[in-house]
Design a protein around this ligand. Sequence first.
Ligand SMILES: Cc1cc2nc3c(=O)[nH]c(=O)nc-3n(C[C@H](O)[C@H](O)[C@H](O)COP(=O)(O)OP(=O)(O)OC[C@H]3O[C@@H](n4cnc5c(N)ncnc54)[C@H](O)[C@@H]3O)c2cc1C
Length: 470
Amino acid sequence: MLTLERPAKIDTSGPDLRPHAVVIGSGFGGLAAAVRLGAKGYRVTVLEKLDAPGGRAYVHHRDGFTFDAGPTIITAPFLFEDLWALCGRKMSDDIDLRSVDPFYRLVFDDGEVITCHADPELMEQEIARVSPSDIPGYRRFMTRSREICAVGFEQMGHVPFLTLKSMIDAAPQLLKLGGHRSVYGLVSSFVKNEKLRVALSFHPLFVGGNPFDTTAVYCMISYFERNWGVHFPMGGTGALVNGLVGLIEGQGNSVRYGAVVSQILVENGVAKGVALADGETMAADIVVSNADAAFTYRNLVQASARKRWTDRKLENVRYSMSLFVWYFGTSRKYEAVDHHTILLGPRYKGLLDDIFQSKPLAQDMSLYLHRPTATDPSLAPEGCDAFYVLSPVPHLDAPIDWARVAEPYRKAIEARLSETLLPGLSDNLATSFVTTPQDFQDRLSSVKGAAFSLAPTLMQSAWFRPVNRS
Ligand SMILES: Cc1cc2nc3c(=O)[nH]c(=O)nc-3n(C[C@H](O)[C@H](O)[C@H](O)COP(=O)(O)OP(=O)(O)OC[C@H]3O[C@@H](n4cnc5c(N)ncnc54)[C@H](O)[C@@H]3O)c2cc1C
């Protein structure tokens, strides 16, 4: 794990004598690692297979609309601020980060709406409106969320868990706080109302986990939101990506696009560089892979150099769900729609079972609708709105032929949105394209097209996950 240090001075007068680090992938993880390595005095080359940076946070430009492909909710801005500080800069000089309030609205299948407010008092009023008897339990839940955050994030967030011992040392505290339970299980021990249970437990879906079997450590997200808020950068999440690339270039380092790494070169158990698909090889003192962890071990590291993450083990781990994402622009504005809306279907646990047990595509759906133009109208032409809607779906183990199913499924989503949040949608579409689980596999090199790599279950957390150093 790389720690915060003062910026290294770059001497541009002679040959570059800094040790060389290669970073595979320019997702947020790769860009952050590159900035940290640059600050430690490395000459860094980031190699990205796509034609632009960001990975899951890639930016699509279509017909005058700007679409962030993935992340839309920033809950820990200080983690980005650290990266700017490492370069002797202030993030606010480059990035205009705005608070989003309300955080989101949950629209239930029967039409009931629960609004998640930034203001704790308004939030309590909302809980009281839905279920007055759950107020004491809700308060206790928020206290527990803070306690989990204090241990799981503040104490352990920076621990790399390189050894089993570090995990065993951490376990008692997390178990005491309920880390062995599921998020839904812990929430349900505090509140009784079923809709509130949904509203307080859906967060693991943000990280690819089923609320019914993701470790309750992820209940910390509720406190994250309460304490640090929900944010969105003007210009879209892509502004953060571009800002990080600017930091890397400012360190005298570079990001190369269209550079597909085909192998991490290992000698005597130590990574010595990379081979690219076009035949080039590049020596390095340190290699960081920001590509999907399972893909990295399976495809980039020769089998003889792998002890723990064998093909067999990687086949038997549990992968996160995938996503179907429909990006679209409308020729009119939908002012009544907030920045973040969650439109729930008739089933919660049943739908999650279908998704996480890789069953055939369900007929019902729960959707997250992103309307970034609610915060930054410049992401669409004047008088228009940019949207994306995502539907959690099974990864590629499910018997679903996305080439055949994508358009009917998109149409079903369009119908659902037309009859609920976006009346007249079909007549107002200005641009439209989709991403399917197949794209997560083919474009982003995610094993099984899982949108969030290995699922965040207890037995796949910390040391049990592929750790940061091999
Ligand atoms: C639709 C969606 C919505 C999301 N919403 C949120 C949100 O609101 N808030 C949030 O915090 N998180 C969100 N997430 C999760 C977040 O996007 C990811 O956790 C994060 O972006 C992952 O970054 P990463 O750097 O680990 O990986 P990636 O972004 O996947 O980066 C990996 C990079 O490696 C490149 N690569 C792979 N193989 C090679 C190779 N062989 N050679 C060269 N390059 C290679 C890929 O092209 C890619 O650019 C969302 C994710 C999705 C998909």
